[in-house]
Design a protein around this ligand. Structure first.
Ligand code: ADP
Length: 391
């Protein structure tokens, strides 16, 4: 109910209740008066009624003749005043309580927000306007809680990131130190051994280089320091060229490439350089996580539900279902990948996800478990030719 309507009702109650009660009480008193006192003495000529002096004199005379009537009249006046005072007090109390309750609840809520406690719920109100205020306040509280949770999560991710980074950098550094010590101590006493040691040192240095590069891209993306240069183009056409460039590399790693580009010239908003980083990461993963023997990578694009999809399906080592959600977290590496000593920083998919999301798209992995292969699915919203605006 609107505040104005509710207050009008209260005002009517505040006016009507004493009128009715005073009416009833007055009728009672009048009856007593009429029965007990000679009221005919008060029947004055009409002229006297409009002359206040004559009237007051007549009333004064009446009460002088009947002193107990004065007591009854005073009692009547007292009762009327009492009725007015009680009804206005009760109605004012009800009125203020009905508005005070939600305001108190909002004050308590604001105090909770100030103290950082966001786990409460703001009660609604019978007044439409106050109820809207409560609803707005509650949605602000929920937004704040979500932001606080996100911040908490980011804090946790930061500490995980640092812990993982120091661990992942320490491993190759320790290994490099070990090999350098070996060379210094003369353990690598033949040219072949020395070459092997140097190759290993180089490989470990490459891992560190890779990790630092990925870390730099990752933090630039996180801090939104990467400028995206979007253009309108066909994902399929771009991926066809991209796969063409990668075909030899895949063949070198004993992986056959099959493609099917079927997005029929659908347009998407795309930054080719960044999208190249995405596909390079996905194809590198298909190479890194392949099983022994000849592998297969099947790349396909198609349109569906107002978007363009790209699927990259490999027949590699696969991912356990319970790990699928975590692989996009920064520094997350499935244990198998760590243990098998496959080169990687655990940042690749984190970078991929950020780039795809900056395109307004989504990416996820599918796998039926270990040794069943992995499918990366990328979705970008299609841009209709008539919707093309500034990129
Ligand atoms: P990494 O540098 O370790 O490859 P990514 O972020 O690219 O980091 O991948 C995270 C983890 O996801 C990898 O360590 C690996 O365990 C798993 N993974 C990613 N792609 C594949 C794939 N195609 N097949 C199997 N596992 C994969």
């Amino acid at each position: 109910m609107k505040i104005r309507r509710r207050f009008t009702i209260y005002n009517i109650i505040m006016l009507m209740t004493p009128i009715m009660l005073i009416g009833v009480v007055s009728v009672g008193f009048l009856l007593v008066f009429v029965m007990k006192y000679p009221v005919e003495q008060l029947q004055l000529p009409r002229a006297a009624l409009i002359n206040p002096r004559v009237l007051s004199r007549a009333i004064g005379a009446f009460f002088q003749d009947n002193p107990s009537a004065l007591g009854v009249a005073l009692l009547w006046i007292g009762l009327c005043l009492l009725i007015i005072i009680v009804t206005t007090t009760v109605v004012t109390m009800l009125m203020s309580r009905s508005i005070k309750r939600p305001i108190d609840s909002l004050t308590r809520a604001a105090e909770c927000v100030r103290r950082g406690n966001l786990g409460f719920e703001v009660m609604g109100s019978d007044y439409d306007e106050v109820d809207r205020l409560c609803t707005e306040f509650d949605s602000m509280r929920r937004a704040l809680r979500q932001a606080a949770k996100k911040e908490e999560l980011m804090k946790h991710e930061r500490s995980m990131l640092l812990a993982n980074l120091s661990h992942d950098l320490k491993t190759p550094v320790t290994s490099i130190k070990g090999y350098v010590d070996g060379i210094r101590d003369g353990v690598a006493d033949t040219p072949e051994k020395l070459q092997k040691y140097l190759d290993t040192i180089y490989q470990k240095a490459e891992i560190i280089d890779d990790m630092v590069n990925n870390l730099s891209v990752f933090s630039k993306l996180e801090l939104s320091r990467v400028e995206f240069k979007f253009e309108y183009g066909s994902l399929g056409a771009y991926l066809e060229d991209f796969c063409g460039e990668y075909r030899m590399d895949l063949e070198r790693h004993d992986i056959s490439l099959e493609t099917e580009f079927d997005d029929k010239g659908a347009l998407v908003k795309i930054d080719y350089e960044q999208m190249g980083r995405v596909f390079a990461n996905l194809i590198d993963n298909a190479i890194k996580y392949k099983k022994n023997g000849r592998g297969r990578l099947y790349v396909k694009t198609f349109t569906k539900d107002g978007g363009v999809y790209a699927e990259l399906s490999d027949d590699g080592i696969g991912i356990r279902k319970d790990e699928l959600e975590n692989v996009f977290d920064s520094f997350y590496r499935v244990d198998g990948a760590r243990n098998m000593n496959i080169k990687g920083s655990g940042l690749g998919l984190g970078i991929v996800k950020q780039i795809v999301e900056r395109h307004g798209g989504r990416i996820w992995l599918k796998s039926d478990g270990e040794n069943t292969g992995t499918k990366a699915v990328l979705y970008l919203p299609e841009v209709r030719a008539d919707m093309k605006g500034e990129v």
